[in-house]
Design a protein around this ligand. Structure first.
Ligand SMILES: *Cc1c(COP(=O)(O)O)cnc(C)c1O
Length: 819
C-alpha cells in the first residue's frame, strides 16, 4: 500500500554489509535512530548509532516496538533476535550517512542547502512557504541538521519530489564535508555568521571555512559579503554568485528599512533599479531572514514583483509545542502551526510522554504532504495513531473526513474549524491530554484558545528541551555506570511537577527525589513510575507513602522506629535510604548513632536499605575543598561500617550538581542533580554548557507620563525629579518578585532594554521607569531570561539562584515548551 523505498537486501548491497537476513525482501520506508519514535515498525530500519548512548542498548526496545530490521556492529545480537534482519557494518553512523548519500545520488533534483550560525530553520521554512506553489518540496523536519538529522532528512527524498531544502549545522571541524556529500546542494544559502557555536573552532575564519564546505559544488551561492570577509573572494564557492548587503556593494543592495505597524518595508537596488518588499514581521532577525529569502528568490529568477507578493504572505514559524493546563482538568498540547507526518510523529511522541491523564485525544486537520497520495497518507496516519496508543481522533477538514473509514480508533470528523467550534459545546472533554495539531490555514490557534483559557499575563515558560540538554550535559560528565537521581523537590525548583517528571522518566533517570510525601503522591497520580525518594517523610504520611511506593529517607533512629511500627507485617524488603551527617549538621546519622541504627536494621526483613548517602556543604567552593575531602572520607568510613553489618552494598551517593564536575572521583554509584537541570551550576564559569530553562514574562497594564517632582507608589517612595514615563506591570511580591527589588534595585527587559523599577513593589504589580521608550499597554516584559538571568536577579538582592527560582509563586501560570 505504501511504496517501499528499498528492500533490506538492496540496502545490504548499498552498504556492502554482512547480512543476516530472515526476510530479504522486507521493504524499508523509514530509518530510525531512536527506538522510542517508531511510526511504521515493519517498514523501519533501526540504526544502532552511538550517540549519547550506545544504540545497541536500544535494539531490544525497538524490537519490542515491532521493528525487525537493524544495522549493527555487534554480531551477538543476531543470535538474540532470530526472526529479525541484521546488517553488520563497521560503523553504524557512516552506514546511515552512506545510505542517505546513495538516495541523494539516485534522485536528480534541485537541492537548496542552508547553513550559517542563526536563522537556518526559519530560512528553510520560509523558502518552503515561498516555493511550495511551484515545486513538490521535501525539507528537513524541524531543525534536523546534524550528522544524524541530515541523513534522516535526505533519506526522505523520493521520485515525486523536484525540490529539496535541507539545513546543515556543525559544531566542530570536519563535520561539514560529510554533510556536503549527503546533501550535495545545487543552490547554497548562507544565513548569518555570528559568534554562536564558536567553541569547536579555533577562530571565526576557521568556522566560516568549514561551513562553506557545504557549498563546494553549488551552481549558485547566495550570501552577504560582510559575513565572508575572512575568506578571499577567489576561494568562495559557487559557479554563480548572488550577494545581498546593507552596507557593501551587492546584487541586492538594501538601501532603506522602515518599520510600519509591526511590519518592515524594505527598499533595495537590484539590476540598477529600485525595488521594494514588505516583510510582515517587526523584529530584526526576521528582517534579515526575510532579506535572505528575498535574495534567494531573485537569484532563482523570480521577478521583484512576484517576490514581493510572496514575501508579504510569510507567516510565523513556530517549532515549539506548548503544554498548558486546559478546561475540564485536561492538558492541552498546542501545535497549531504545522501539519506534516514527521512533525505529527514528533508531537505524538510528546503526547505519549504525558502520563498525567489516562486518555489521549488528537485533534488533527487535513495534512498537505507533497509526494504522497491521500490514500497512502491517511493509511500511514491511521497506522501511526494505532501504534501510538491514541484513544480518540477528531479530524477536521474535507480530506481527513473522506478517509474516515481508514481510522480504527474512536473518531469523529468535522468539515472545518468553524464547524468544530460551533459544535464544541456538545463535545465531551475531561481528564485527558489533547494534542491540537493543524496546518496553518486551519487556524487551530482558535481551538487551543477555547480549550485552554489562554493567559497572557505573567507566565513562567519552561523549555523542556533545555532541561533535557542539561541532563545530557551531566550524563556526559559521569563515569561509566553512575546513576542519576534527579531532584524534583519544591515543585522541581519551582518549574513544575509531572511536566518535568514525565520528561525525566522519558529520559530514563534512575531516581527522583522530592521533599514531602504529597509531592511524591502527586507524581504517582500523574503516572510517574520511577522510584521516588522522600526526604522529609512525616509519620502522618506513612500510609500514603507505602501505598504509593514512595521510599523514605531515614535520618534518625526515631523516624526509623516509627516507620517500622507503622509498616504492615506483610511488607518485606521495603526500600529505605539512610542519610548520614558528614558535616552539614542538619539531618542524618553520625558515627555515634551507627550502633543503635545497626541494632535495628540487623536481620530486619521488613526493610531493605537501597541507598546510603550524605550531602556536601560546599561542593562548588575551592576554599572548602579540604572540608569536602573530609566529608568524603567520613562518608566512606561510615558506609564501610554499615555494610559490614548489613552484609550487602546499597547504592552510595554524595554529590549534588556542583560536585559532579569538581569531584569526579566521588561520583560513587549515583549523583543527585538538582539546580544543574534547571540551568545553574556554581562550579561552572557562567553556567557554560548549560541552557536556560525558565523564562519569566509579564505584560504592561498601563503607561503614564509624570511631571517633574511627581512620585510613584506607596509612601511616595518612587521619586521622579525630572518626570518621565512609567509602565505598570503585572507582577508583584505575591508572584514571587521580592519587595527587595523595589526602588531601582531590580531591573526588567522592555523592548530589549534594561529598565529599573520605580517605587516599592506592590502585591500584584510594580512600576518600571520606561522614560524615552516607546512602550504601550500589552507589551511583553521579561523579568528573567537567558540574557537577564536569575543569577543577575540573585545578585541584585543578595541571594542565590535557588531562591529566585523557587520563589515564583504557584499562581504564576507555567507553560511548557518542547521542540
Ligand atoms: C536539594 C538537594 C540536592 C540537589 O542539590 P543541587 O545543588 O540543587 O544540585 C542534593 N542532595 C540533597 C540531599 C538535596 O536536598
Amino acid at each position: 500500500m505504501i511504496a517501499d523505498q528499498y528492500s533490506i537486501s538492496q540496502i545490504s548491497e548499498i552498504l556492502k554489509a554482512k547480512a543476516v537476513l530472515t526476510t530479504p525482501e522486507a521493504g524499508i520506508r523509514k530509518l530510525l535512530t531512536d527506538s522510542r519514535t517508531v511510526i511504521d515498525p515493519e517498514g523501519s530500519l533501526f540504526f544502532a548509532v552511538n550517540a549519547q548512548r550506545d544504540g545497541h542498548q536500544f535494539i531490544k526496545d525497538a524490537y519490542e516496538n515491532g521493528v525487525r530490521n537493524f544495522v549493527i556492529v555487534d554480531s551477538a545480537y543476531t543470535e538474540k533476535f532470530k526472526d529479525a534482519n541484521f546488517l553488520l557494518v563497521n560503523d553504524v553512523l557512516q552506514a546511515l550517512q552512506a545510505l542517505a548519500t546513495y538516495n541523494r545520488k539516485a534522485n536528480d533534483l534541485k537541492v537548496i542547502g542552508i547553513t550559517g550560525s542563526n536563522g537556518k530553520t526559519i530560512v528553510k521554512e520560509w523558502l518552503y512557504q515561498l516555493l511550495a506553489s511551484d515545486f513538490n518540496i521535501i525539507r528537513s523536519p524541524k531543525s534536523f541538521n546534524s550528522q544524524i538529522g541530515v541523513p534522516l532528512s535526505v533519506w526522505q527524498i523520493n521520485a515525486e519530489h523536484n525540490l529539496a531544502i535541507f539545513e546543515a549545522g556543525i559544531s566542530t571541524k570536519n563535520e561539514m564535508e560529510i554533510l556536503a556529500d549527503i546533501i550535495s546542494p545545487s543552490i547554497g544559502v548562507l544565513t548569518n555568521i555570528g559568534e554562536a557555536h564558536a567553541e569547536g573552532f579555533e577562530s571565526k575564519a576557521e568556522k566560516l571555512t568549514e561551513k562553506l564546505k557545504l557549498f563546494k559544488d553549488v551552481e549558485l551561492f547566495v550570501y552577504a559579503p560582510e559575513y565572508v570577509s575572512d575568506v578571499a573572494e577567489a576561494d568562495l564557492p559557487g559557479k554563480r554568485k548572488f550577494t545581498w548587503s546593507l552596507h557593501l556593494p551587492a546584487d541586492l543592495k538594501v538601501s532603506f528599512i522602515e518599520p510600519i505597524e509591526g511590519k518592515n518595508y524594505i527598499r533595495a537596488t537590484y539590476k540598477e533599479k529600485e525595488i521594494e518588499c514588505l516583510i510582515p514581521f517587526s523584529d530584526k532577525a526576521s528582517v534579515e531572514n526575510g532579506i535572505i529569502c528575498w535574495a534567494t528568490l531573485l537569484a532563482m529568477g523570480y521577478t521583484p514583483e512576484e517576490a514581493d507578493l510572496r514575501l508579504e504572505k510569510l507567516t510565523q514559524v513556530s517549532m515549539r509545542l506548548e503544554l498548558i493546563n486546559g478546561i475540564e482538568n485536561c492538558s492541552v498540547i498546542d501545535d497549531s502551526y504545522s501539519a506534516d507526518i514527521s512533525s505529527l510523529a514528533i508531537a505524538l511522541d510528546f503526547l505519549n510522554l504525558q502520563n498525567q491523564h489516562p486518555k489521549k485525544t488528537l485533534i488533527l486537520s487535513d495534512i498537505y504532504e507533497t509526494g504522497k497520495t491521500n490514500e497512502v497518507l491517511y493509511a500511514e496516519i491511521s497506522a501511526l495513531l494505532a501504534q501510538k496508543n491514541l484513544n480518540r481522533l477528531i479530524g477536521i477538514g474535507p480530506n481527513i473526513s473522506a478517509f474516515a473509514g481508514l481510522i480504527t480508533i474512536e473518531s469523529s470528523f468535522y468539515a472545518s474549524t468553524q464547524d468544530f467550534i460551533e459544535k464544541l459545546p456538545a463535545i465531551h472533554f475531561a481528564n485527558e491530554t489533547i494534542l491540537v495539531k493543524g496546518a496553518r490555514r486551519f487556524e487551530f490557534g482558535r481551538i487551543s484558545k477555547l480549550l485552554t483559557q489562554k493567559i497572557h499575563d505573567t507566565v513562567l515558560e519552561i523549555n523542556l528541551n533545555a532541561l533535557a540538554s542539561n541532563l545530557q550535559f551531566y550524563r556526559s560528565k559521569l563515569n561509566q555506570g553512575v546513576k542519576v537521581m534527579a531532584m524534583v523537590k519544591a515543585f522541581s525548583y519551582g518549574s513544575g511537577s509531572f511536566e518535568i517528571a514525565n520528561l525525566l522518566q522519558y529520559h530514563k533517570v534512575d531516581y527522583l527525589a522530592v521533599a514531602y510525601a504529597d509531592e511524591g503522591i502527586a507524581l504517582r497520580k500523574a503516572g510517574i513510575t520511577l522510584p521516588i525518594m522522600v526526604m522529609s517523610p512525616e509519620p502522618s504520611a506513612f500510609e500514603a507513602m507505602v501505598k504509593n511506593h514512595l521510599e523514605p529517607e531515614i535520618y534518625n533512629a526515631n523516624i526509623l522506629k516509627s516507620f517500622l511500627n507503622f509498616l504492615p507485617a506483610h511488607e518485606k524488603d521495603f526500600p529505605i535510604h539512610l542519610k548520614l551527617d558528614t558535616g552539614m549538621h542538619r539531618l542524618g546519622f553520625e558515627a555515634v548513632d551507627l550502633p543503635d541504627l545497626l541494632e535495628i536494621l540487623k536481620d530486619n526483613e521488613q526493610l531493605k536499605v537501597v541507598s546510603i548517602f550524605s550531602h556536601l556543604v560546599a561542593s562548588a567552593e575551592a576554599e572548602h575543598d579540604g572540608f569536602t575531602q573530609h566529608q568524603l572520607d567520613e562518608f566512606e568510613r561510615l558506609y564501610a561500617t554499615l555494610v559490614s553489618t548489613l552484609g550487602y552494598m546499597p547504592i552510595r551517593h554524595i554529590l549534588n550538581t556542583s560536585g559532579v564536575i569538581r569531584w569526579p572521583q566521588a561520583q560513587l554509584d549515583m549523583v543527585r542533580i538538582g539546580i544543574g537541570l534547571y540551568g545553574f551550576d556554581g562550579a561552572l564559569n557562567n553556567n557554560k554548557g548549560l541552557q536556560t530553562v525558565a523564562i519569566l514574562k509579564t505584560t504592561v497594564t498601563q503607561v503614564k507620563n509624570l511631571n517633574a517632582g511627581e512620585t510613584v507608589g506607596y509612601s511616595r517612595k518612587g521619586i521622579m525629579p525630572t518626570g518621565g514615563r512609567i509602565a505598570t506591570v503585572k507582577i508583584g511580591y505575591a508572584d514571587g518578585y521580592s519587595r527587595k527589588f523595589g526602588n531601582g534595585v531590580g531591573k526588567m527587559l522592555v523592548k530589549g532594554k534594561l529598565v529599573p523599577t520605580v517605587g516599592s513593589i506592590c502585591m500584584d504589580m510594580c512600576m518600571l521607569d520606561v522614560t524615552g521608550l516607546n512602550v504601550k499597554t500589552g507589551d511583553e516584559v521579561i523579568v528573567f531570561n537567558d540574557k537577564h538571568t536569575i543569577v543577575d536577579l540573585a545578585e541584585q538582592i543578595g541571594t542565590i539562584p535557588y531562591e529566585i527560582l523557587t520563589n515564583v509563586s504557584q499562581r504564576v501560570k507555567r507553560v511548557y515548551f518542547y521542540e
